[in-house]
Structures are given as structure tokens and as C-alpha cells.
Design a protein around this ligand. Structure first.
Ligand code: F6P
Length: 356
């Protein structure tokens, strides 16, 4: 059996861990893995692919980015020469079928976000045996409690806030820190809480400039001369001021809401302001241990779904909220690792001996 894997959309810490998990689990079954380079571009007739052996994935778990490369929707549409999404989908289906058949690849694992998984669904409906693996640092995908890459992004934000905090205090300044999250405030919320932000602005909660300014002035009155404001890039200015990129897209390329907000809050409070856009720092670099493990587990699960011929499904991480239980449910018996559980299986799949 030969299976294929591609990464599509923005890169994300933990992608290499997924590849490591897929290759490890597949090789245990005696299967071959073909890695398609640069996302769906790797499926084009002139696209590139590589045979991935376990030896090729040694040590890649700790690497940021993806050894296979990736492309986003816009770059792919340009490459196939049309911006009509229907035509793009049709092209993808046609070329995927041809390329998989010519390479004798019997199933395809698509690691991607909302857009790429949408394409995966098109492929599945057109008869291609596909498995999806959720990927986004923004953590905004439905049907999974968490995506790998999110924890690394949050760690980056926390590290930045810790640093910005000391300079903000020294200069009695207000810092506006713009973080990623074009549709959702997960990174802002988690990073802001863990990094000690005083104000967190997310797209899900409409904010008022007056309230933010009030908070800054109130802190000032109480002797706190610096304030940390974290804002998700996807927030809209409450007064309708347009803060979008010139090309209509998202992302921190040409300055965004953080800078506009800093100017406006400065005018309203008279405080000295600084804006800092963390941008792609949040996407680069080594994945945290949590993202490495989650990525590897997702990869191993994807292979399991292929083995079960459970196509058209997405790997998903479940149960991730704070709830309560009776104290008696916690005491008198310690919780052991499940020796037959999915995490132990993942360790085995990526070539780790449990000594048994
Ligand atoms: O992965 C999602 C994301 O991180 C968004 O938060 C951000 O808007 C976007 O990617 C930027 O990506 P790029 O610059 O690669 O288009």
C-alpha cells in the first residue's frame, strides 16, 4: 500500500510532527508514504513529490515549518491560472486523480485549515479516498477542541508580552500588541491571559474605544502607568474605521489594527503609546512539546483511519474544557498511563521502544 500526504495553507509548528507520525505508523504497516511538495501544487503534472522513509523523518519533530513546503489558496490559484474557486476545485479533483493513479497512491492525507479541508471534502465527494488532519495556529477550526500550532503561537505571544511588559513599565507606556487570529480570538485570549495583558480585544466581543481608554486612565489613576493591550488582528474598529490590507486579505503585512488602535487610544488618553505586531513570529520556530505530541498523534491517527478505510473523516482532538467533579472522584486512586492507549501507540508508531 502507498499513501500520500500534503500540507496546505499557512505553515504551522507541528506539521513535521504529523509527517513523522504518518511515516512511522505507515512503515509499521509496511506501507510507503509519498510526500507531495508545496501543498496541492505537488499534485500538478509538473509538481514535485518525494518518497518518505522513516530515516528521512528522524529529528524533524522539533523543526518548525514543514519539510514538504506548503502554499496557500491564492498562490495555488495563480499557479493554475484561475481565481474562479469552482474551476480551481475542478482542476484539483482532475489532477489529484491522475497523479495518485500514476504514482499508485491509494489514499491521501491532507493536513490543512478550513480552506484546505474544504478542498479535501471536494476530493472525497469526487471519489478520492481522503483523510483530513486539522491545522491552524489560530485554533479556530470546528469539530476539534484544539489544533497543533496553537500552543506554540500562544507561547510566542507570552514570551513577547513578558519582554514588552518590562520596557512598557520602564517608560510608563501603553503597548498595543497585535497578534494573529483573523476570525477568532483564541491566540489573543490565551496569550493575553497567560502573558498578563490588561486588556484583550477579540473579534467575538465588540469593544468600545471609550472603555479601553477608560481602563488605561483608571490604571493611571491607581498608579499603574503602563498598560498592555492585546488585540487580535481580526478585530474591527468599533467606529467602522476600515483597517484591512490593501489587497483585501488578512494578516500582518502592512500594519493593521494594532497601529490604528495605538494612535486612537493615545489621542484619547494622552499616554505615550507603542504598537507591536508579532506577525509571523507566531508561526515560525520550533513547536512546543504539546504541539509535537499532538502533531504526532494526529499523524498516527490519520494512518489508522486509512487502514480502517474510514475515508472522508478528519482527525479530531476532543474534550477540552474546565468542568467540575466530586472530590471523591479524584482521591484514593492515581491515574495511570493507559498502556494500550492512543498516546503509547503513538510513541511506538514513531519508533520509540517502551522496553517491552
Ligand atoms: O494561519 C492563519 C494565519 O496565521 C492568520 O492568523 C493570518 O492572518 C494569516 O495566517 C497570515 O498568513 P499569510 O501571511 O501566510 O498569508
Amino acid at each position: 500500500m502507498r499513501i500520500g500526504i500534503l500540507n496546505s495553507g499557512g505553515d504551522c509548528p507541528g506539521l513535521n510532527a504529523v509527517i513523522h507520525g504518518v511515516v512511522g505508523a505507515a512503515s509499521k504497516l509496511g506501507w510507503e508514504v509519498v510526500g507531495f511538495r508545496d501543498g496541492f501544487e505537488g499534485l500538478l503534472p509538473d509538481g514535485e513529490h518525494v518518497l518518505l522513509n522513516p530515516a528521512d523523518t528522524v529529528g524533524i519533530m522539533k523543526l518548525g515549518g514543514t519539510i514538504l513546503g506548503t502554499t496557500n489558496k491564492t498562490a495555488f490559484a495563480t499557479k493554475v491560472g484561475t481565481s474562479n474557486l469552482k474551476e480551481v476545485a475542478g482542476r484539483v479533483i482532475e489532477m489529484t486523480k491522475q497523479t495518485l493513479a500514476s504514482l499508485r497512491v491509494e489514499a491521501l492525507i491532507v493536513v490543512g485549515g478550513d480552506g484546505s479541508l474544504g478542498t479535501a471534502l471536494h476530493l472525497f465527494r469526487a471519489g478520492v479516498p481522503v483523510i483530513g488532519v486539522p491545522k491552524t495556529i489560530d485554533n479556530d477550526l470546528q469539530a476539534t477542541a484544539m489544533t497543533f500550532g496553537f500552543d506554540s503561537a500562544v507561547s510566542c505571544v507570552v514570551d513577547a508580552l513578558d519582554r514588552l511588559h518590562t520596557t512598557a513599565v520602564s517608560h510608563k507606556r501603553v503597548m498595543v500588541v497585535e497578534v494573529m487570529g483573523r476570525s477568532a480570538g483564541w491566540i489573543a485570549l490565551w496569550g493575553g491571559i497567560a502573558g498578563g495583558a490588561n486588556v484583550i480585544l477579540i473579534p467575538e466581543i465588540e469593544f468600545s474605544l471609550e472603555k479601553v481608554a477608560e481602563c488605561v486612565l483608571e490604571r493611571e489613576k491607581n498608579g499603574n502607568h503602563s498598560t498592555m493591550i492585546v488585540v487580535a488582528e481580526g478585530c474591527k474598529m468599533p467606529d467602522g474605521e476600515q483597517v484591512t490590507r490593501e489587497d483585501g486579505g488578512y494578516g500582518p503585512r502592512f500594519g493593521g489594527i494594532g497601529e490604528v488602535l495605538a494612535k486612537r487610544i493615545g489621542d484619547m488618553t494622552g499616554k505615550e503609546m507603542r504598537a507591536c505586531t508579532l506577525g509571523h513570529l507566531q508561526r515560525g520556530g520550533e513547536p512546543t512539546s504539546l504541539d509535537r505530541i499532538l502533531g504526532a498523534r494526529f499523524g498516527v491517527k490519520a494512518v489508522e483511519l486509512v487502514r480502517e478505510e474510514n475515508f472522508g473523516r478528519m482527525v479530531s482532538y476532543q474534550a477540552y474544557h474546565v468542568d467540575s467533579v466530586p472530590i471523591e472522584a479524584a482521591v484514593h486512586k492515581l491515574r495511570s498511563v493507559d498502556a494500550e492507549g492512543e498516546v503509547v501507540k503513538t510513541a511506538r508508531a514513531v519508533g520509540i521502544s517502551l522496553g517491552d
